[in-house]
Design a protein around this ligand. Structure first.
Ligand SMILES: [Zn+2]
Ligand SMILES: [Zn+2]
Length: 347
């Protein structure tokens, strides 16, 4: 089968690999599509260093069970995954903080993932409740976004909200945050430097959408700043902008994964008197993935418009370049696709 293998920083190769070998209790999933995640791009660039190459990347799956050695999963079931395989027993796992489990390993991170025609799902993940089945008619595009949506829902639970929220960045994550915040009836303000992404934020219903130079205008518009800022970006310029937009006592969530070495300047006296609540939410919990599953099945958000480009496995590198240069919104790898598809205009 074809697969995109992360071999080392700056080296991604397309390989013909043998079919995954199942052990007792495992299942084999045929990949319908897999989202390109910025964390994969950063690993390829050498900006994050916790992957275990050589490994087939890809963890935002929509797929079908095609072989099952586990009684809980039938052949033909449509699924996505919690890509983090944890022990299920330690202090962290017992408190739905599996991401800190000392035995953790990741699908598409440490063991072979979903930029491939097939992926092996280990028994342990199935038994920890990490395989999410959905009705057969669930849209695969929506399903691909279940895991990133789970990350947003986890951050929503960890963050305090009052009336107004500024979201920095209108990529797939920022646009999901925008819709979740809108759903709560809060004032949603999106700041984004790229016009095509601003247009999408408007289309999906943000209350105000501005270029990133509009910090002062937003301060006026919100009478001194917003109650909550979410950095759905990893651009260094967004950090001073976040402070500019935050009113006293505001919550600032550093959600975006910054390159290793990026710091924030912090004068503790200033922090004290501004009362800023700085936090960082990352990844998901089992709870938030379960919630995301409901969102996907009930079609509570507009997820499909976020997927703007599709690539066959052979073009994975182009999909990464597309992600790196902020083309469209979300890029997806679709095994067996015969041509590069820009989705706009197709539907
Ligand atoms: Zn991801
Ligand atoms: Zn554990």
């Amino acid at each position: 089968m074809k697969a995109a293998v992360f071999e080392a920083a700056h080296r991604l190769t397309i390989q013909e690999k043998p079919m995954p070998v199942l052990e007792a209790g495992d299942v084999l999933v045929q990949v319908e599509g897999c989202g390109v995640c910025t964390s994969d791009l950063m690993a390829l660039r050498g900006e994050v260093t916790d992957y275990s190459p050589p490994v087939v990347m890809g963890h935002e799956l929509a797929g079908l069970v095609v072989e099952s050695r586990h009684s809980r999963l039938k052949v033909g079931t449509k699924v996505t995954l919690d890509p983090m395989v944890s022990c299920g027993r330690c202090e962290y796992c017992r408190n739905d903080l599996d991401k800190y489990c000392p035995e953790l390993y990741g699908i598409g991170h440490d063991i072979d993932g979903c930029y491939a025609e097939y992926v092996r799902v280990p028994r342990r993940l199935i038994e920890n409740g990490g395989v999410f089945d959905v009705p057969g008619d669930t849209d695969s595009d929506d399903l691909i976004l279940l895991e990133p949506l789970g990350c947003c829902l986890n951050a929503m639970r960890e963050t305090h909200f009052n009336e107004s929220v500024a979201i920095l960045g209108a990529g797939p994550i920022g646009l999901m945050f925008m819709q979740l915040i809108k759903e709560r009836g809060l004032q949603t303000i999106v700041l984004e430097p790229l016009e095509h992404r601003r247009q999408m934020a408007e289309l999906l219903g943000a209350d105000a959408v501005r270029d990133t130079g509009a910090g002062e205008e937003i301060s006026d518009l919100t009478d001194g700043g917003v109650d909550t800022v979410i950095l759905a970006t990893n651009q260094p310029e967004a950090i001073p902008l976040a402070y500019q937009l935050a009113r006293k006592g505001a919550w600032i969530n550093f959600f975006g994964l910054y390159a290793s070495g990026q710091g924030i300047e912090l004068d503790i006296e200033h922090l004290h008197y501004t009362g800023y609540k700085l936090l960082a939410s990352w990844a998901f919990s089992r709870w938030s993935l379960g919630e995301a599953r409901k969102y996907v099945i009930e079609k509570r958000l507009q997820l499909k418009p976020l997927i703007t480009h599709r690539f066959p496995i052979e073009q994975t590198e182009t999909a990464f370049e597309n992600t790196a240069t902020y083309q469209g919104i979300k890029n997806v790898i679709v095994p067996g696709l015969t041509h590069i598809g820009q989705v706009e205009g197709e539907r």
